[in-house]
Design a protein around this ligand. Structure first.
Ligand code: DX5
Ligand code: ZN
Length: 228
């Protein structure tokens, strides 16, 4: 799955930017990734619930809301109630992540848990049983256009193993520095869903960039199966 990140889109034309990657069914973006930042959990400030509500009315592509905010226990539920498909909170910010996941699911959304590059997975394996997606950050959250941190692929491999052996049931998502040069390594490590901002919205044709990334993933997955 490919999830273009609107962080690198033109904020004055979000509906057009969403349409630019929507494509034909089965070809375009699977999710649209929306980065919510509060200038507290991360140093940057982006957009919040009113803009997400406007986007929900403007596109049929499911919204993948990545909340880089303090106190998600209080604020995440609004995104689920508004109709976001997947709502991801940071484990470093959540006070009661199990209750939070239950509330998100009860509101009709998928529940996502994100870990910063320096945050290990091991302490959170029980909590992850309550989640539908695991978002592994491959840059420090806050800004687009940073370089991919390959060390996080070890966490992807761990999560992939736990999913493949039936210990967890979730989708493994990666976010940060994903482009034509890095996406194959992420695919081979076992990522299911690839977020890409600058690699898609920095391209002349964002729709074509989605297809090009998908082709790279399909090539890499074939390699993963052949090599066992
Ligand atoms: C960064 C955001 C990412 C960002 C990725 O904190 O979470 O979603 O858009 O941008 P690129 O793909 O340019 O690294
Ligand atoms: Zn993000």
């Amino acid at each position: 799955m490919i999830a273009p990140s609107l962080l690198s889109a033109d904020f004055a034309r979000l509906a057009d930017e969403a349409a630019a990657v929507a494509g034909e069914p089965g070809e375009g973006a699977d999710w649209l990734h929306v980065d919510v930042m509060d200038a507290h959990f991360v140093p940057n400030l982006t957009l919040g619930l009113p803009v997400v509500e406007a986007l929900l009315a403007a596109t049929t592509v499911p919204l993948d809301c990545h909340l880089m905010i303090d106190d998600p226990d209080r604020w995440a539920i609004g995104y689920a109630e508004a109709g976001a498909y997947n709502v991801t909170v940071h484990v470093e910010a959540a006070k009661d992540p199990v209750t939070l996941a239950k509330n998100l699911r009860a509101a009709g959304a998928k529940a996502g848990l994100s870990v910063k590059p320096g945050t290990p997975l091991e302490p959170y394996l029980e909590i992850l049983r309550h989640y539908d997606t695991l978002l592994v950050m491959s840059v420090e959250p806050g800004f687009g256009g940073q370089s991919f941190l390959p060390d996080v692929l070890e966490k992807v491999r761990t999560a992939r193993r736990l999913v493949d052996t039936g210990h967890l049931t979730l989708l493994v998502e990666i976010d940060g520095g994903i482009n034509a040069d890095t996406i194959e390594a992420a695919a081979e490590a076992g990522v299911d869903c690839f977020v890409a901002g600058s690699a898609i919205y920095g391209a002349d044709d964002p729709g074509r960039a989605v297809q090009a990334l998908r082709e790279r993933v399909l090539g890499a997955s074939a390699h993963r199966h052949w090599s066992g």
